[in-house]
Ligand binder design. Structure first.
Ligand code: AMP
Length: 375
């Protein structure tokens, strides 16, 4: 079975690493040279909207998927018209637009904070009637890892002017103004939905993951989530993610990020793909998110999402510390993406997995000291 993946970054690489033992072959569509997925299959090196390249990419594929959400809508539709593309273009288009995303959540009863769209300078006054400061102004499209965002404090004496300046700084592109959420923790729920011929659809959930960000980039993920001792947050997250997947007739892995507040969960965003906060599943779950995503899009039965104890994952950003020092940490599993060092770039991650969370305290502290980020 040959699977086409739009994008050849580290997520494509980890899909390849999960799929090769199952007998899958891979073809990646990726414009940059020496991409992380290059070691795992054929690479068609071309822009994502190059029609000739898409023809070559799609030839003799059994299925196609993507590893990042900024795939051009036309490319997704072109592929979906010719072969089985999962997740479907509708899920992709919702995840590409923060207003559509929040509106979809709200319509499904998934809690969101107050938000408003800003397309012209004239929208700012109306937006401030719906959303009071402190707030975050984000570009509607193409933001990732905290890029394309400005935090607006409540101290401003002239909020209209304050928002206008931030909007101009972001390039006067369509934006969302959303209330700043006073959260006590951030969590994500990763789930996979599959449909096998004659069996209907099934959904498998990974445990709730607690995440910490630094400068808008994921720093650390932990399972079990310390903030969810009684499992109530996980139950709520599962209910929301199930509603979302069923309404979109979604196939594949999804990640939904939430803020934890005194009033419960507030949805931040969704990723229609495998997700950085699920990297620990390679070492810490019976079946990784990567393998389960491939099983789902291939119409196969899902593997168990059960944990092998507790896990902590820390991203390596900018430059990887010396391998020998990382591997000397108890319970450590190192994953390097084959990327050269560059400030702000995710070059790898380390997962610590042990039967009980208590065993991970000291190794986590040691790893936190080693994994110094270059931003
Ligand atoms: P995002 O690109 O939307 O995932 O934002 C990156 C990170 O910025 C989030 O994980 C939060 O830590 C922070 N953040 C984004 N939006 C908000 C918000 N409305 N309220 C509080 N923190 C936010």
């Amino acid at each position: 079975m040959k699977i086409g993946v739009v994008g050849g970054g580290q997520l494509g690489r980890m899909l390849g690493l999960a799929g090769l033992p199952l007998g899958f072959q891979f073809r990646f569509l990726e414009p940059t040279a020496d991409c992380p997925a290059g070691a795992l299959g054929e690479v068609i090196r071309a822009p994502y909207d190059d029609l000739d390249a898409l023809e070559r990419f799609a030839r003799d594929l059994s299925f196609a998927t993507y590893e990042f959400e900024n795939v051009p809508a036309e490319t997704a539709q072109w592929l979906a018209d010719r072969l089985s593309l999962a997740p479907n273009p509708r899920a992709l288009s919702i995840a590409q637009d923060r207003i559509l995303e929040k509106t979809t959540f709200r319509d499904l009863g998934i809690p969101v904070q107050p938000f408003a769209a800003i397309a012209t300078v004239g929208d700012i006054v109306a937006a401030l009637r719906t959303v009071s400061l402190p707030a975050v102004l984000k570009t509607r499209r193409l933001g990732y890892d905290g890029k394309g965002q400005r935090v607006l404090q409540a101290t401003s004496t002239d909020p209209d002017e304050f928002v206008r300046l931030a909007w101009e700084e972001l390039g006067r592109v369509p934006c969302i103004l959303e209330a700043l959420v006073p959260f006590s923790a951030e969590v994500s729920m990763i789930a996979v939905r599959a449909r096998r011929a004659g069996h209907g659809a099934t959904i498998a959930f990974y445990p709730l993951i607690q995440n910490e960000h630094r400068s808008g980039i994921l720093w650390k993920s932990q399972v079990p989530a310390p903030c969810d001792g009684d499992g109530r947050l996980a139950t709520a997250a599962e209910q929301y993610v199930r509603a979302l997947m069923e309404s979109l007739d979604y196939i594949g892995a999804i990640a939904v990020e939430f803020f934890v507040t005194s009033a419960g969960l507030i949805a931040n965003e969704m990723a229609p793909r495998v997700h950085n906060s699920g990297h620990w599943t390679i070492d810490g779950a019976v079946t990784s998110q990567f393998e389960n995503h491939l099983r789902a899009i291939g119409g196969l039965s899902l593997g168990s999402t059960e944990c092998r104890g507790a896990s902590v994952m820390i991203n390596l950003v900018g430059r990887a510390p010396i391998t020998a020092r990382l591997l000397a940490l108890p319970h450590a599993r190192l994953h390097l993406y084959g990327k050269s060092a560059r400030a702000g770039r995710k070059v790898g991650h380390v997962t610590l997995t042990a039967p009980a969370a208590a065993e991970l305290g000291e190794p986590t502290r040691m790893l936190e000291q080693l994994a110094v980020w270059e931003l």
